[in-house]
Write a new protein. Structure first.
Length: 163
C-alpha cells in the first residue's frame, strides 16, 4: 500500500495538483487523501469506501482506475492472508468477552423489560364465553319452543265422535 500511496502522490505532484485542490475537486476531506498517500489505512472505518475513494482518486489523476484498484486488491489479499488462525480466534474470544461485559452492565433506564402475559386468564375467559353462548342458545330455544298439538285437543274425549 505504501508503494501505491507514493505512486499516487508522485502522479499528483507531477500533474501540478495540490492536495487541497484534489480534495476540493473530489469533494472529500483533505485528510482522507493524505491518509491514502501515506498508506494509513487504519484511518478508514470501511474498506469498501476506501476502495471507492482510491478508484475515484485514480480517475481524477488520469490513471487507469482498474489497474490501481487491482494493486489495492493485491495489497488487501497479502495483508489479510498473513493473519494467523490463532489471532483470529483470539480476536473472536475478545469480542465475545466484550459483548458479555456489555450485557452484564445495564442501567435500569436502558434495560428492556419483557412483559409477561399470563395465558390462563385468556383461556379461562374464552372457555367461559363459549359456554355462555351455548347456554343462552339452549335457553332461547326452550323458551321459543311451540307448544305440543295436544293443547288443541283439550276437552275432546276418545269416545266422542262427530259425524
Amino acid at each position: 500500500m505504501k508503494e501505491l500511496g507514493e505512486y499516487l502522490q508522485d502522479v499528483r505532484r507531477n500533474n501540478g495538483v495540490s492536495l487541497e485542490e484534489a480534495a476540493s475537486d473530489l469533494k472529500v476531506d483533505e485528510l482522507l487523501l493524505e491518509n491514502i498517500e501515506s498508506a494509513n489505512i487504519r484511518a478508514f472505518k470501511d474498506i469498501y469506501s476506501l476502495k471507492d475513494l482510491i478508484k475515484e482518486y485514480a480517475k481524477y489523476l488520469g490513471l487507469d482506475p482498474l489497474k490501481v484498484q487491482e494493486e489495492f486488491n493485491d495489497f488487501l489479499f497479502e495483508h489479510t492472508s498473513k493473519i494467523s488462525l490463532d489471532d483470529i480466534m483470539a480476536a473472536k474470544k475478545k469480542k465475545e468477552r466484550e459483548e458479555e461485559d456489555t450485557k452484564k452492565i445495564q442501567s435500569p433506564y436502558t434495560k428492556e423489560y419483557k412483559r409477561k402475559i399470563k395465558k390462563w386468564p385468556i383461556v379461562l375467559f374464552g372457555i367461559s364465553f363459549v359456554l355462555a353462548i351455548i347456554i343462552s342458545v339452549v335457553v332461547i330455544k326452550t323458551i321459543n319452543r311451540e307448544p305440543a298439538i295436544s293443547s288443541e285437543l283439550k276437552g275432546v274425549n276418545w269416545y266422542e265422535y262427530t259425524y
